[in-house]
Design a protein around this ligand. Sequence first.
Ligand SMILES: NC(=O)c1ccc[n+]([C@@H]2O[C@H](COP(=O)([O-])OP(=O)(O)OC[C@H]3O[C@@H](n4cnc5c(N)ncnc54)[C@H](OP(=O)(O)O)[C@@H]3O)[C@@H](O)[C@H]2O)c1
Length: 209
Amino acid sequence: MKILIIGATRGIGKALCEEALADGHQVRVLARDPAKMTMQHDNLEVVQGDVRSDQSVREAARDQEVVCSCIGVPITFSPVDLFSVAAATLIGVVQESVGQKLIVVTGIGAGDSKGHGGFLYDKLFKPLFLKTIYEDKDREEELIMASGLDWLIVRPAGLTNGPRSGTYRVYTDLAGVTSKRISRRDVADFILKETVEPAHFGNAVLLTY
Ligand SMILES: NC(=O)c1ccc[n+]([C@@H]2O[C@H](COP(=O)([O-])OP(=O)(O)OC[C@H]3O[C@@H](n4cnc5c(N)ncnc54)[C@H](OP(=O)(O)O)[C@@H]3O)[C@@H](O)[C@H]2O)c1
């Protein structure tokens, strides 16, 4: 598959890039600073751009079968708009390409996964440190869900840098569920399985061990 990854200089996007290449996919990465992309591979193309730029996203998404956003921001107490601005841009771009799929990573606590992160996360960490980030992730999810596209929202539990195990739970019905942890490589594993054999498109899924 031809996969565009936005946000692959570190974190989930980097893990996804490495695992996608290992699985034999053709990967294009959109990076603000391509010098941060230290990996090299015959099937990897790195293009410079910012997800806030309509033109960079449009050019990067050309000829791609899947567009996957793994963007993130550092903890902040200021208002955040990156996720909703990116969602609007991505929707506009993906709408123009017949058959292109859109995968967006948000996180535990976005949308109706609020209240499923465990006591410390739900009552302390998220309201204290992630309030403005998740306010914008909520807006991002609403835009994606209303887009009419072939979309998949991936909400990982608390992230680790553990290995790709391929063994984790995928929840769409969150009744009685409290998330635990998930490795970035297993988030990548799920995304790659969905690109090859879509089973959860049109849903927001919680990934957790
Ligand atoms: N930490 C957790 O436990 C947890 C749990 C659930 C969900 N999440 C979410 O999962 C996502 C990934 O988190 P992560 O910790 O793996 O990665 P991360 O460190 O948040 O990486 C963010 C990536 O987004 C890129 N990016 C930021 N702004 C950009 C822009 N304007 N244009 C293009 N790229 C941009 C960064 O590139 P640059 O090098 O250019 O900055 C970087 O590659 C985040 O949305 C995070 O909120 C995190």
